[in-house]
Design a protein around this ligand. Structure first.
Ligand code: KG4
Ligand code: ZN
Length: 342
């Protein structure tokens, strides 16, 4: 049996979790996520300095809670895994340094984890997925499609040439005066809006390259909002619904390129999996559009539970478990420096 303590502090969630693998199946013993949303809401986005300070204040308590909830102590875990990048440098230093101290004091190995690897491997914990599969990662900082061939065998097939999708949601919300974080606010407002009132652009639609672009969409939203100002609640709802329709159509058009490529590289696989992860994967309209797309192309959509889609430490602990099992935990990890742009 192997147990791993995971720590995540790369953005605005202070998180710790314990995963146990008894050989046949792995389970999450605890998954504590403390969101800093309230600290950042007044600023309409994450303020790095505030985030770093909040991690300093919260992390010890969050780790204690994760260990207590799992019913384990530091002495009975086998390794400590922590996000080492990419992310905000202040938070990374807090999390990684704390993890190093705990690992050194308890005489356990430290496993530095790439945050994106955490998102990439989550579906193997929740759905027991086999390699290879395709990952669509859509969060506040990332929009990419990754071919996942194995642990440490990742190839980026597509990424955004400007804004991340979550960022487009957040900026749209800000433009419309909706509360932070923008994704859930836009989705809520869209539910009472007319998705056909505005015809916003579908950036890169029809182009052969597999990448994403969202900044034109945000510009179009700004133009519509300026022309209609002052906006009624119905205007806001209609803009959100039209924005969301443009997003789902753009996403589908872009993702198809990679589904086709995956199919041609793995003709032997019957119903390959497309995994969607990252905070934006919580959006029901996006999930529905991806479901539909997968059905049309003979793929199956695997979407981890919403709590494991957004940032959390269970995914970091799990990535640590995968690396440990694959013999990829490094010996000199205590000297590993945080990599904000990893
Ligand atoms: O993965 P995540 O928790 O943090 C990182 O960025 O790594 O993702 C947060 C992002 C934010 O941009 C937020 O607005 C977006 O995910 N988001 C959503 C929804 N819930 C969160 N976007 C669209 N619809 C949602 N329901
Ligand atoms: Zn993330």
């Amino acid at each position: 049996m192997t147990r791993i303590l995971g720590i995540e502090t790369s953005c605005d969630e202070t998180a710790a979790a314990v995963i146990e693998d008894a050989g046949d199946a792995a389970k999450i013993l605890s998954n504590v996520v403390l969101s800093q949303i309230e600290e950042h809401a007044a600023f309409g986005g994450v303020v790095p300095e505030i985030a770093a300070r909040a991690h300093v204040e919260a992390l010890d308590g969050v780790i204690e809670a994760a260990l207590a909830e799992a019913g384990v102590t530091l002495d009975t875990v086998d390794a400590v895994a922590a996000t080492a990048g990419p992310g905000l440098i202040g938070g990374l230093i807090v999390g990684l340094t704390t993890a190093k101290a705990l690992a050194a004091a308890a005489g356990k190995p430290l496993i530095p984890i790439n945050h994106l690897e955490g998102h990439a491997l989550t579906a193997r914990l929740t759905d027991g997925l086999e390699f290879p599969y395709l990952l669509l990662l859509v969060s506040g900082g990332h929009t990419q499609i990754v071919h996942v061939a194995g642990v440490d065998r990742y190839a980026r097939w597509a990424s955004t040439i400007d804004d991340a999708l979550g960022e487009a949601f957040d900026k749209t919300a800000k433009l419309l005066g909706l509360p932070y974080p923008g994704g859930p606010s836009v989705e809520k407002a869209a539910s009472t809006g007319n998705p056909r009132r505005f015809s916003f652009p579908r950036p890169l639609k029809g182009e052969a390259r597999p990448d994403f672009s969202f900044s034109g969409l945000k510009t179009a939203v700004r133009r519509a909002a300026t022309e209609l100002s002052p906006l009624s609640d119905q205007d806001v709802a209609d803009i959100c619904a039209s924005f969301q329709r443009a997003v789902t159509e753009t996403l589908s058009d872009r993702v198809v390129r990679s589904l086709e490529r995956f199919r041609s590289e793995h003709p032997d696989l019957d119903t390959p999996a497309l995994v969607v992860a990252g905070g934006v994967a919580a959006n029901q309209a996006i999930r529905a559009a991806l479901e539909e797309l997968c059905r049309e192309h003979g793929f199956r959509l695997v979407a981890p539970p919403i709590k494991l889609c957004g940032d959390n430490a269970a995914m970091i602990a799990w990535a640590g478990m995968e690396r440990l099992k694959a013999g990829l935990a490094e010996d000199d990890a205590l000297s590993f420096a945080p990599r904000p742009r990893w």
